[in-house]
Design a protein around this ligand. Structure first.
Ligand code: NAD
Length: 248
């Protein structure tokens, strides 16, 4: 674990003085729970497909069975995963600052399972299912041999309730995320490669409005040069130290 010297005192002072802290998380925060990031997910059976070949409406129209089975595999993996110390630290952080907004690009539900309230999910939830044509969201559907199964209301194919490349983000979630980025004093970007838009633009909006930008990522990203504090470590190691310093 990083020792306390690795978190600058100035960052702790900024966070203690902040009225509103906003956080954007990406796949990296769930890596320590065993949920692969998109790049790492292309292993084994799925190694020959790129995310763009599996996570687009065009891919689904081309080969719905392939896409359904890839998501069924990821759904199973996510349901076996447990929140890690990074998720738990963020749930605790919510209670340590006057206003806290947690925005995630993840579809795995691990923030919610760690106890974070009011998580803004920009890219949906892999455990939910909707139909392709009319977006009826379903909890269950009649047993059938068909892969994918079909919607009992309109007959169209079922798909995961996630945002695929080229699709619009849920408008209300995006609006809330933008408002938080524009009004926070400190913005933490954690475990995201900052390549997928529009989520990747949120930290820069915060910087433009004068917020302190903090990055937690073992690797440099396009955001690193804008960060006031770049904490180059794993979220599950850095965030518990940050939270314990804030409590001290
Ligand atoms: P990404 O896969 O593009 O990047 C992951 C980032 O996390 C990298 O910069 C990597 O250096 C960093 N990282 C790896 N391990 C880390 C750790 N232990 N602590 C902190 N950082 C770590 O992920 P992205 O930026 O979220 O974009 C990919 C898209 O794929 C998103 O839209 C997301 O919806 C989706 N996705 C979600 C999940 C999930 O729900 N868990 C998993 C894979 C992909």
């Amino acid at each position: 674990m990083l020792d306390n010297f690795d978190i600058p005192d100035l960052l702790i002072q900024n966070m203690k003085a902040a009225r509103h802290v906003a956080v954007l998380t990406g796949a990296g925060i769930s890596a320590e729970s065993g949920v692969p990031t998109f790049r790492e997910a292309q292993t084994g059976l799925w190694a020959r497909y790129s995310p763009e070949e599996l996570a687009t409406p065009q891919a689904f129209q081309r080969n719905p069975q392939l896409v359904w089975e890839w998501y069924a595999w990821r759904r199973e993996l996510v349901s076996r995963a447990e929140p890690n110390l990074g998720h738990v630290a963020l749930a605790e952080l919510a209670g340590l600052v006057p206003q806290f907004t947690l925005i995630t690009q993840n579809v795995d539900g691990l923030h919610q399972r760690a106890g974070s309230p009011n998580v803004i999910c920009l890219h949906g939830n892999i455990q939910e299912t909707k139909c392709f044509a009319r977006e009826h969201v379903l909890d269950n559907w009649p047993e059938s041999e068909a892969v994918p199964p079909t919607c009992p209301t309109c007959g169209s194919l079922l798909r995961p309730n996630v945002v695929w490349f080229g699709e619009n983000l849920p408008a209300a979630a995006l609006q809330t995320a933008v408002a938080a980025a524009e009004s926070c004093d400190v913005f933490l970007t954690i475990g995201t490669s900052a390549l997928v838009q529009p989520a990747a633009s949120l930290p820069l909006r915060a910087v433009e409005r004068g917020a302190t930008l903090v990055e937690v990522n073992p690797q440099a990203t396009p955001l690193t040069r804008f960060a006031d504090f770049a904490l180059a470590g794993a979220a599950g190691e850095v965030l518990p130290v940050l939270v314990s310093r804030l409590k001290g």
